[in-house]
Design a protein around this ligand. Structure first.
Ligand SMILES: NC(=O)c1ccc[n+]([C@@H]2O[C@H](COP(=O)([O-])OP(=O)(O)OC[C@H]3O[C@@H](n4cnc5c(N)ncnc54)[C@H](O)[C@@H]3O)[C@@H](O)[C@H]2O)c1
Length: 427
C-alpha cells in the first residue's frame, strides 16, 4: 500500500467505473483506489464491495469528496463535461494531481484558468486524449518522425462517428445538446484536433469550419412517427434507429458492454424495455431536444503553411478514423478501425503495416485507455513525460482549436486567427 499510488475517482459511470476502475485492477501493483464519489447509490454500493473501499471514503458527490482533505494522490475526474471545471479547480487547490476526462472544460477561459493554476501550483494534469497512447497512432508518429515521408504538407482526416453512435450519444444521450454539454467538435473531435496537430508536429495559425444538424430534426420525422419509439409508430419495423432492436440484439447475443450498459444495468429484455419506455434512449431520433451537429468540416491552416482538412460525420455504417497524411517525400494512408498503416514513399513500393501484429491489446480506444494509465503511473512516480504524453499545456491547444472551429461554424465559416483567439480568452 505504501508504495502504491492512491487514486480517488469521481463519477462512476462508463469511464470512471467500467473503464478506468477495470483497468486499474490490471495495475494493482502500482495503484489502489481509496475514495469514490457518485450520486447513484447502486453504483457506489457495487463499487465499494468490488474494490473494498471504506464506507467513510464513499461520497454522494464530487463536492462532498472535495470538501475533505486529500484522500489520494491522484483524482480521476470522470463526471460530465460541465462539471469538470469546478471539480478540477477545487482538486488542484487541495493538492491532487489529476487524470481529467476530456473536455477539460466547455469554456476556453476555464481551460486557460485550469492550465494556469496547475502550472502555478506545480500539479500534474493528464487529459484523457487516449488516442495518442495507441500503438496505431504511436507507430504513425514514429514513421513521420523518422523523416521517411518528409515534412508534412497536408492531412486529410475523417472521423466516421457512425449512425448508431450518433443516435446513442449525440441525439438521445448525454452529449445531445451543447447548452448542457459541449459542441460536437469539442466533445467528440478534440481528440482529432489533438492527434493531427501532434502528428504534424505543428501549431495551428487559423481555422475555419462549416457544419450543421442536417438530419436528426423534427422536419425529417416520417409521417405518422411517434414522439417516443413504440410499436405503434409507423416506422417501428423498419427504422434503423429503433432502440428496442439495437440494444435488444446486444442483450440477446449476451453482449452487456457499451452502449447497452449505459441504458440499463440489468441485462434482461424486461429491464431494457422499462428503461426505453421511461428514459432518454427510447426517444424518437427526430423528436428530441438535440442541437449538436451531425456533420462538420474543419480547415486548419498551420503556422508554416501546411494544412489539415478534417470531416466528422454521423452518416457512416461503421465507426472509425481514417487519414491520408501527405509529406513532401511520401504519404501514409491509415485506418484505425482496420489497424492498417500503408506507407508509400514516392517511386517505391508500398509498405503495409498490420498493427494487429504489433500488439494484441486493443481494449478501450484501441488499447489507448490502458496505455494511458501506464504512462500516468510513470508520470506521477517520476515526473517523466513519455514521448507523446499529453500534458495540460498541449491538451489546451486542441481545445482552443476545437472551440475556435465552433466559433467559426456558428459565425458562418469566418476565419479565426488562433493568436488573437487565445489573446482574447486569456484577458
Ligand atoms: N476520453 C474519451 O475518449 C472519452 C470517452 C467517453 C467519454 N469521455 C468523457 O468522460 C466523461 C464521463 O463520461 P461517461 O460516459 O463516463 O458518462 P456517464 O454518464 O456514464 O458517467 C458520469 C457519472 O458521473 C456521475 N455524477 C453525476 N453528478 C455527479 C457529482 N456531482 N459527483 C460525482 N459524480 C457525479 C453520474 O452519476 C455518472 O455515474 C465525460 O466528460 C465525457 O466527455 C471521454
Amino acid at each position: 500500500m505504501e508504495n502504491k499510488i492512491r487514486v480517488a475517482i469521481t463519477g462512476l459511470g462508463s469511464r470512471g467505473y467500467d473503464t478506468y476502475a477495470t483497468i486499474i485492477k490490471k495495475f494493482s501493483d502500482d495503484m489502489v483506489i481509496t475514495a469514490v464519489a457518485d450520486p447513484r447509490k447502486g453504483r457506489i454500493e457495487k463499487f465499494k464491495k468490488e474494490f473494498d473501499i471504506p464506507a467513510e471514503n464513499c461520497f454522494s458527490s464530487s463536492e462532498e469528496l472535495l470538501s475533505k482533505e486529500r484522500l489520494a494522490d491522484v483524482l480521476l475526474i470522470c463526471t460530465l463535461d460541465k462539471q469538470h471545471y469546478k471539480e478540477t479547480m477545487a482538486a488542484l487547490n487541495i493538492g491532487y494531481d489529476i487524470l481529467l476526462e476530456k473536455p477539460i472544460s466547455t469554456s476556453p477561459k476555464e481551460c486557460f484558468e485550469i492550465a494556469e493554476t496547475a502550472n502555478r501550483l506545480g500539479r500534474k494534469i493528464v487529459v484523457c486524449h487516449v488516442l495518442r497512447y495507441t500503438v496505431f497512432y504511436q507507430k504513425i508518429k514514429e514513421i513521420i518522425s523518422s523523416g521517411q515521408i518528409g515534412d508534412v504538407a497536408s492531412i486529410q482526416a475523417i472521423e466516421r462517428v457512425c449512425f448508431w453512435h450518433q443516435a446513442h450519444s449525440f441525439v438521445r444521450g448525454n452529449w445531445r445538446n451543447s447548452n448542457t454539454s459541449s459542441s460536437m467538435i469539442l466533445q467528440k473531435c478534440c481528440h482529432d484536433m489533438d492527434i493531427y496537430l501532434w502528428l504534424a508536429g505543428k501549431k495551428c495559425k487559423s481555422v475555419s469550419s462549416f457544419g450543421s444538424l442536417f438530419y436528426f430534426r423534427k422536419e425529417n420525422s416520417p409521417e405518422g412517427a411517434s414522439e417516443r419509439c413504440t410499436n405503434k409508430c409507423s416506422e417501428f419495423g423498419t427504422c434503423v434507429y429503433n432502440p428496442y432492436k439495437f440494444y435488444g440484439d446486444m442483450i440477446k447475443r449476451g453482449d452487456f458492454g457499451w452502449p447497452v450498459n449505459v441504458v440499463t444495468q440489468e441485462f434482461t429484455l424486461e429491464a431494457l424495455n422499462k428503461a426505453l419506455e421511461e428514459g432518454p434512449y427510447g426517444k424518437c431520433v427526430f423528436n428530441n431536444d438535440n442541437n449538436v451537429v451531425d456533420h462538420q468540416v474543419v480547415n486548419l491552416n498551420l503556422e508554416d503553411g501546411a494544412t489539415i482538412g478534417f470531416t466528422m460525420s454521423a452518416f457512416t455504417s461503421r465507426p472509425g478514423r481514417t487519414m491520408l497524411i501527405m509529406g513532401i517525400k511520401g504519404n501514409i494512408e491509415a485506418s484505425m478501425e482496420e489497424n492498417i498503416i500503408k506507407v508509400e514513399i514516392f517511386g517505391k513500393p508500398a509498405e503495409v503495416i498490420d498493427v494487429k501484429k504489433l500488439t494484441d491489446d486493443f481494449f478501450g480506444h484501441g488499447g489507448g485507455d490502458g496505455r494511458m494509465i501506464s504512462s500516468l503511473i510513470k508520470y506521477i512516480r517520476t515526473g517523466e513525460v513519455a514521448p507523446g504524453i499529453t500534458t495540460i499545456d498541449r491538451s489546451v491547444e486542441s481545445h482552443y482549436v476545437a472551440m475556435a472551429a465552433e466559433k467559426s461554424r456558428t459565425e458562418g465559416g469566418k476565419v479565426v486567427d488562433m493568436k488573437e483567439y487565445i489573446k482574447e480568452i486569456s484577458l
